[in-house]
Design a protein around this ligand. Structure first.
Ligand code: IMP
Ligand code: MG
Length: 174
């Protein structure tokens, strides 16, 4: 049986996502923005966030595979799906589910930044600092979590649990 403990309720998540969307709308005030969601984990967060952003917005997605596993992501990433929009001279916001070691998002930011966007920022639903290896500047953060493996609201463990409306701490992942 899967043992899990609730960390963030549906209501808490909705409230926080609304606040993030309002902050983003205010910071970019009237400027067009491209949101790039990182699949698969960010799909629910992205869908909720975009509906709280009051700007001329376009969306796209990337899917990356990192060589490694949950226990250790190497940070060497390759695209299994690249973005399709031209981001040259555009404001870009990377939308991630969770930043853990920081390797995935920092490598992705480097790759996207090389394509000459006008600006590039990072928005993550969860900032998990326990295993940070690479210093990353997170511009928008939903929640900070000290430790543990989280599932639900897009987050998976071995592709399971993504569909829960809440976020849980998985107590016995092995
Ligand atoms: P990083 O390169 O270590 O920052 O890896 C971040 C990626 O690992 C995230 O995009 C998630 O897919 C995955 N990940 C890290 N921690 C968790 C967790 O607690 N739950 C689910 N996925 C996680
Ligand atoms: Mg992910």
């Amino acid at each position: 049986m899967v043992d899990k403990k609730i960390v963030f309720s549906k209501g808490e998540i909705q409230k926080r996502v609304k606040t993030l969307g309002e902050k983003i709308s205010k910071d970019y005030a009237g400027q067009p923005l491209i949101l790039i969601g990182i699949l698969n984990g960010a799909f629910i967060f992205m869908a909720d966030l975009v509906r709280q952003v009051n700007l001329p917005v376009e969306i796209d997605f990337v899917r990356v595979s990192s060589y490694g596993n949950h226990a250790h992501s190497s940070g060497v990433i390759s695209f299994t799906k690249d973005i399709e929009l031209d981001i040259t001279n555009k404001n870009v916001l990377l939308v991630e589910d969770i930043v853990d070691t920081g390797r995935t998002i920092s490598h992705l930011k480097e790759i996207i930044a090389a394509r000459q966007p006008r600006s590039i920022k990072i928005c993550t639903l969860i900032d998990k600092k326990e295993r940070r290896e690479i210093e990353v500047e997170i511009d928008y953060q939903g929640f900070a979590v000290d430790h543990g493996f989280l599932v639900g609201y897009g987050l998976d463990y071995a592709e399971q649990h993504r569909h829960y409306p809440e976020i849980y701490h998985l107590l016995n992942p092995e």
